[in-house]
Design a protein around this ligand. Sequence first.
Ligand SMILES: [Zn+2]
Length: 99
Amino acid sequence: MRPTHLLDAAGLGYAIKPVCECGHSVAFDPMGLWWHFERRGWDDHLPKVRLRFWCVMCRSKLRRKVRPIRLEVVDISSNDFTLPRPDERTWKKYSRSLR
Ligand SMILES: [Zn+2]
């Protein structure tokens, strides 16, 4: 089963890795990333999620925001960039709605 939303990715334990055409990529911890989107009311459907990212390398070089060419779903690793996660209770409430 492959995740289609950030909430699925967090529930299934996959990190999300936007990949830029310049080759730069960073994998994100799914739970912190999902919570970042949830708190802002952003759509966590993965094709929409891609459009929220831009490459920091291209930003500093070209001085414009370059969207990643794709999002990869990868195994979680200890090197993943981790945004603040929801507390346990909040996570339980949301993750119950997972199928
Ligand atoms: Zn780039």
